[in-house]
Design a protein around this ligand. Structure first.
Ligand code: IMP
Length: 429
């Protein structure tokens, strides 16, 4: 195996850590950008040249003409959304169709998935997950179920797939009609629409596992782009309020076929504060004017659904857990500029449950719901840091904040983002 020059970018909280910007910046030092999990529940924002681009499925390296973008087998692909995203971004992402590869192993999202999810969430009432309603969970459920799943590679044999779609819709319609009392779907109409998407995507469908393994042998540098964050990981996150894929670094090995040992470094991304969308416990949430102030200063509204994000203090207890799960080499702090001008500044260093301090991040959702954050006050700063490019030019209080995060997490802060554009970035040795 050649020297390990690949990088993995992973969110350490509940997603929305501004990973898209970081991937876009680091892409210039790599040859391929690879998505390994999730689907169009993700919303990655990239800003340059005065424009902002919101991406859901295509890896955030698309605007670099020399980069190959790979959608790995661990991703669930909505063919309609993927085509729309390619078409919309083609004017800026030159020759995208020639440099985008979609794994033949990736599973697909169909209209029955989003319909089932909407019915199921409605049926749950208060106990709902608060999903993005993009059909992600039902598509991964079908993947585990196998007999009702469809992979991208099946679009290469449309005559077989047409019959399979017919059979699956018959089965799904039983559930819609008999369980939910809802009208079923029209298999023929769905097939007409999706066969055309399959035809358009056909040239991009490939065995990406073989492609990536060969790329490593050839010394090409891969950049893995995680979607969502470690606390939303189906196995290691705050279950059941999680997404349906492995959003932590371990999703990269299963979601691409590239072995963990081929990786050079893992960078964990956190915002300078913590946010969460959807339901589920969030110990450092600020349900007051300060939380509203952070939401407004940080424009904390979902890229995919537009929902207001819940905002709170930086939760280093949760982040330390995520950092260990991912075995990170370094930290990226984003949106540091948003904290400027807050009347007070705190970070969470631990939790108590029933008056007792926890030693480890809870595995039990009820304990997490009852957890009280142990908060440490730090000196706030008033200055606008969005123009700072050198770490030494940050106000002393901001540097102390960064240092404290490093101390608690036990890893160096390598990159600090102080605004959405590529230039608003501080690199540290
Ligand atoms: P799903 O992924 O649509 O099934 O939603 C499950 C949970 O993950 C919900 O709480 C969503 O709000 C959350 N979620 C899914 N994708 C993202 C994301 O990209 N950023 C932040 N939260 C997400």
């Amino acid at each position: 195996m050649k020297p390990k020059s690949s990088t993995l970018i992973v969110g350490l909280t509940w997603g929305d850590e501004a990973k898209g910007k970081i991937v876009d910046i680091l892409a210039r030092d790599h040859d391929c950008v690879v998505r390994y999990n999730g689907g169009n529940n993700a919303g990655h924002t990239v800003a340059f040249g005065g424009e902002t681009y919101k991406l859901h499925l295509v890896p955030s390296g698309l605007f670099h003409e020399n980069i190959t973008c790979v959608i790995g087998g661990g991703v669930v692909v909505d063919p309609k959304v993927l085509l729309e995203e390619i078409t919309k971004n083609e004017p800026k992402a030159l020759h995208l169709r020639q440099r985008l590869l979609v794994s033949s192993r990736a599973h697909t999202i169909w209209p029955w998935h989003s319909k089932l999810e909407a019915l199921s969430e409605k049926h749950q009432g208060k106990g709902k997950i608060g999903t993005t309603l993009r059909g992600i969970g039902p598509a991964y459920a079908d993947k585990a179920n196998r007999v009702t799943a469809i992979r991208m590679g099946e679009f290469l044999r449309p005559e077989h797939l047409e019959k399979k779609v017919q059979r699956i819709v018959e089965q799904k319609n039983q559930v819609f009609e008999k369980v939910f009392g809802e009208p079923g779907l029209d298999a023929a109409a769905i097939w007409r629409e999706y066969a055309a998407y399959g035809e358009a995507l056909r040239p991009m469908i490939a065995d990406t596992t073989a492609y990536l393994l060969n790329a490593i042998d050839d010394g090409r540098r891969l950049l893995f782009e995680g979607a969502q964050g470690t606390l939303l990981d189906i196995d290691h996150g705050t279950y059941p309020y999680v997404t349906s894929s492995n959003a932590s670094a371990c999703g990269a090995w299963t979601g691409t076929g590239v072995p963990a040992r081929a990786l050079g470094q893992i960078l964990g991304v956190v915002k300078a504060y913590t946010t969460r969308v959807g339901e589920g416990p969030f110990p450092t949430e600020l349900k007051d004017a300060l939380g509203d102030q952070i939401r407004e200063q940080g424009h904390e509204y979902g890229t995919t659904t537009g929902r207001p994000r819940r905002c709170g203090w930086l939760d280093t207890f949760a982040i330390r857990y995520a950092a260990r799960i991912n075995s990170i080499d370094g930290i990226v702090i984003t949106l540091l500029d948003v904290l400027g001008g807050l009347p007070e500044l705190k970070i969470c260093t631990g939790y108590t449950v029933g008056g007792r301090a926890l030693t480890d991040f809870p595995d039990d959702p009820l304990a997490l719901e009852q957890a009280q954050p142990i908060l440490e006050s730090l000196t706030p700063w008033k200055e606008d840091v969005s123009g700072v490019r050198d770490y030494r030019d940050l106000p002393l209080a901001a540097r102390r904040y960064v240092k404290r995060v490093e101390e608690i997490i036990g890893a160096p802060v390598r990159i600090i983002s102080v605004g959405p554009s590529r230039e608003q970035t501080i690199f540290r040795q």
